[in-house]
Design a protein around this ligand. Structure first.
Ligand SMILES: Cc1ncc(COP(=O)(O)O)c(C=O)c1O
Length: 439
């Protein structure tokens, strides 16, 4: 149905549905698309990335300048300054990706073999790969079911004499519970490195995510709310840490230091092309962030009375989510036992793109493959690895992965009517759950 529902009609219908049992309507013009009816929506959501005149101008200027790397040009350095200022960080170190920002951050914290880094299992694989690259052990702490963030009440039990960093992820751009995490870090003398790769302009009690711990890392990869194809940045208020991270991403030669003490590192540098695109894209970031927030708040309201579809809760301290993803959970019981796969198929058929969320990363084969490499076998005994496997128990996350799904950030960049269509699709599928079947 392409025509918009009026808010009054919509609320009335929603209330009736919420009150009534799941029933199979036999006919009706609003039959779900998965059963051959008309989809709620045929037009696509806003495309990404957006390219405007300023992107072309700045990129062309860089191209024509022939100053393509940061040693010669000035874009990367000025972007670092601009991003640090924007989010209220003392220092920023640009990198060629979010993964490498994390890699450099862990290097700056001197993480290495036999160290343990506390991570959430509900995240993108890169969070964990950055730890593995240093031949340290990722120790998975279970997820809080309501917020989908790392469960702070389970962190202390995971701390051992080898724990060297707590690495919370602000998943979806919403905040992990930074009051609790910073307090635990302080109590045990363990630095907190924030994976803010999805959290551009997200906030905890008015402070920007990424600036609360010892350091924070951002990604500017193509899907991100601020992007240049590939790119990343570490931010910190600790000058020495910034110098160590900048040295690590520049083959050991500190960019922000006095250049005398060359150390060990790699080449993780951002190019001037990437930085020029970031400058241009940043001009639109505030407006886009405000639009995502407004649409997300509206969608929260619309979904409040949809049984079986529950948006992830935000901690009270999360004063602003970046909404890189709009996360939800699906309960099959409310839809007559319809499987998540069938539900997703039905929603997609209505013209609403969605994703099934993360799988249980801590049970993924890639970890065992990493542990079988010569480096890991040289560092860890089979007894140590057996202990790690024993500790790798995350029942809440396992369950969450079965129920969670999300919409990407571009879904929130359109109009309020787009949000109404999302809710309308859920209602329609709920109404016809019996006919759609369990799948
Ligand atoms: C939570 C999280 N951490 C780390 C990364 C890694 O960033 P990149 O893809 O820029 O290396 C991503 C990006 O996808 C991410 O979502």
């Amino acid at each position: 149905m392409l025509a918009m529902w009026s808010r009054r009609l919509f609320v009335g219908a929603a209330a009736a549905l919420a009150a009534g049992p799941v029933h199979a309507a036999k006919t009706g013009s609003d039959k779900p698309a998965v059963l051959g009816g008309k989809p709620v929506r045929t037009e696509s959501f806003p495309s990404w990335p957006l390219v405007e005149k300023n992107d072309e101008k700045l990129l062309l200027e860089t191209l024509r300048s022939r100053l393509w790397n940061r040693r010669n040009g000035r874009n990367t350095e000025s972007f670092e300054k601009a991003w640090a200022t924007k989010i209220g960080a003392g220092h920023a170190v640009a990198t060629n990706g979010g993964t490498t920002a994390l890699y450099a951050g862990l290097a700056a914290l001197d993480i290495g073999p036999k160290d343990e880094v506390i991570v959430p299992p509900y995240t993108f694989i890169a969070t964990v790969n950055a730890v593995l690259q240093h031949h340290a052990l990722p120790v998975f702490v279970d997820t809080d079911f309501q917020t989908h963030q790392i469960d702070p009440s389970k962190i202390e039990a995971a701390i051992t004499k080898n724990t060297r960093v707590i690495l919370p992820v602000h998943i979806a751009g919403s905040a992990a519970d930074m009051d609790a995490i910073l307090a635990i870090g302080k109590k045990h003398g363990i630095p907190v490195l924030e994976d803010a790769c999805q959290a551009h302009l997200g906030e905890w009690r008015g402070r920007k995510l990424g600036t609360l711990g010892a350091a924070g890392c951002f990604s500017f990869q193509a899907s991100k709310n601020l992007n240049c194809g590939e790119g990343g940045c570490l931010v910190t208020n600790d000058r020495d840490l910034a110098v160590r991270a900048s040295a690590f991403q520049n083959n050991g030669n500190p960019l922000h230091g006095d250049g005398k003490n060359r150390g060990y590192g790699s080449n993780l540098r951002m190019t001037e092309f990437q930085a020029s695109v970031l400058h241009a894209q940043m001009e639109r970031l505030d407006e886009q962030a405000a639009r995502r927030s407004a649409n997300a708040a509206y969608l929260d309201g619309l979904l409040a009375d949809v049984a079986g579809v529950t948006p992830a809760r935000r901690y009270e301290g999360c004063t602003r989510s970046a909404y890189h993803l709009y996360m939800l959970r699906y309960e099959p019981e409310a839809f007559g036992g319809m499987s998540k796969a069938r539900f997703m198929e039905a929603v997609k058929a209505e013209g609403i793109p969605l994703s099934g969320g993360y799988h249980p990363l801590n049970h993924d084969d890639f970890l065992e493959k990493a542990f079988q490499t010569r480096a890991f076998r040289a560092v860890y005994s089979s007894g140590e690895m057996a202990k790690w496997r024993e500790r790798n128990v995350t029942p809440v996350n396992d369950r969450l992965c079965g129920e969670a799904f999300w919409f990407g950030q571009t879904t929130l960049l359109g109009e309020r009517s787009d949000m109404e269509q999302i809710a309308e699709a859920f209602h329609k599928i709920h109404r016809f759950a019996g006919e759609i079947g369990r799948g």
